[in-house]
Design a protein around this ligand. Structure first.
Ligand code: 9MR
Length: 410
């Protein structure tokens, strides 16, 4: 008792000194403390928003700066690759849960929520499954059965530890593919089209129902790229197609809770504006869904593969950095303006480990992250910090939690 009283007295003393100095500071200077002194997670928490990153376990283990930043800057994490089917079941029937479990353990330690990525995707399937689909030894009914087992096994294994699941990822085509009218699948003759055709049109509804049966509490998302804004609403408008598809799923009682807009932007294509993206998010959340920005980055064309880290021209870097920062700003503001937008996740936070230069080589693209390859803050980071620090009521309110939609009672 006496011990507790002593502690209370000393805590009170500290509080008193703290508040005195706050009063003194605010009398002279009404500005908030500098955003760059605060973490992204702390700045976002003022709005109830979770700020996340994709995590690469190899970098996390080998690079202490990377680890410190994952642990301290972010309030939600996504496994960049460790929860994909090829990572979890490289040999048929033998699961490798280790890296994904470790990632979740770290998240729990750091009081972070986890986005599960991904249950159904035509890409990064294990070799045995790819081969079976390609050589015809795995047919439609077999693939549907394998997928059902996969979703059940994975969601059950991680049950209670996943906040949001990307249940289905990138299921529809792009307008530059053939045929150009958006459809389930991809380019004529592609693996993506074959995967969709084998599964048949009902597979999305089945996937969400199977996931819900295995975990009643996780929020279940459809996730895709190039759906940040609506186009002309016609046959080549991917956002419109995804909207119609999700609207139908909701009307059919399918337990889909969220719309994930990946947010992989590129400065050479120009920028959206805040209200284009805010309007799109609103149309989706008006369907009764939560929303999330799930894989944000803003890449630029590089002059050569070494640029900008080794051979960059300062004028180029400045122009790109400002354009990239504006792209981050637009996505974040749109998310902040919608109280159903629950999280804003970047697809890696440092150019040191970004997927972009590995993916876009000819012509080279890069420089898409908030920090550069030497962990120097970029204009994009400062912009995001400023946006989070300056936002608040009446336009930016606290987030509205999403209730997971349940299967109908039998
Ligand atoms: O960042 C991921 C990269 O390491 C992988 O090689 C790549 C393989 O397809 O997938 C990347 O992540 C993708 C994500 O899972 C889905 N949306 C697009 C992302 C970037 O390609």
């Amino acid at each position: 008792m006496r011990f507790r009283r002593l502690i209370n007295a000393s805590v009170l003393a500290v509080v008193a000194v703290g508040s005195l100095s706050t009063v003194a500071a605010s009398a002279h200077d009404a500005r908030p403390s500098k955003p760059q002194d605060q973490s992204l997670r702390a700045l976002a928490a003022k709005h109830g928003l979770y700020f996340g990153t994709a995590v690469d376990p190899a970098a996390y283990a080998a690079d202490s700066t990377y680890k410190t930043m994952v642990d301290s800057q972010f309030s939600t994490v996504t496994a960049e690759n460790a929860m994909k089917w090829e990572s979890l079941e490289p040999t048929r029937g033998t699961y490798n849960w280790g890296p994904a479990d470790a990632l979740i353990d770290n998240a729990v330690r750091n009081r972070q929520l986890v986005r599960g990525h991904v249950l159904v995707w035509h890409s990064q399937l294990p070799g045995w499954l790819n081969d079976g689909i390609n050589d015809g030894t795995i047919d439609g009914p077999q693939l549907r059965a394998l997928l059902k087992k996969h979703i059940t096994d994975v969601v059950t294994h991680f049950k209670g530890r996943i906040w949001q699941w990307d249940v289905v990822n990138e299921a529809v085509s792009d307008p530059w593919e053939t045929p150009s009218a958006i459809h389930l699948g991809g380019n004529a003759g592609s693996f993506k089209q074959k995967f969709a055709d084998l599964l048949g049109p009902g597979y999305l509804a089945d996937a969400f129902r199977t996931a819900r049966a295995a975990d009643p509490k996780a929020l279940l998302f459809y996730n895709d790229y190039n759906v940040e804004a609506f186009g002309d609403g016609g046959a080549g408008d991917k956002t419109q197609f995804v909207y119609n598809m999700i609207k139908q799923l909701r009307a059919d009682g399918v337990p889909i809770d969220g719309f994930g807009s990946q947010g992989h932007l590129a400065t050479q294509y120009g920028n959206y504006d805040v209200f284009q993206v805010a309007d799109a998010l609103q149309r989706f959340t008006d369907l009764g869904l939560a929303a999330a920005l799930t894989e944000v980055d803003a890449r630029s064309l590089m002059k050569n593969a070494d640029d900008p880290t080794l051979a960059a021209n300062g004028a180029d870097v400045n122009a790109r950095d400002q354009a990239a920062a504006y792209n981050y700003h637009v996505l974040l503001q749109a998310c902040l303006l919608n109280r159903h937008c629950l999280s804003f996740t970047v697809w890696g936070f440092t150019d040191k480990y970004s997927w972009i230069p590995n993916w876009f080589k000819n012509p080279p693209e890069g420089a898409g992250c908030l920090w550069d390859a030497a962990y120097n803050p970029k204009k994009s980071l400062r912009t995001v910090q400023g946006d989070l620090a300056a936002a608040g009521p009446p336009l930016v309110g606290n987030r509205i939690p999403q209730a997971p939609r349940q299967l109908p009672r039998r």
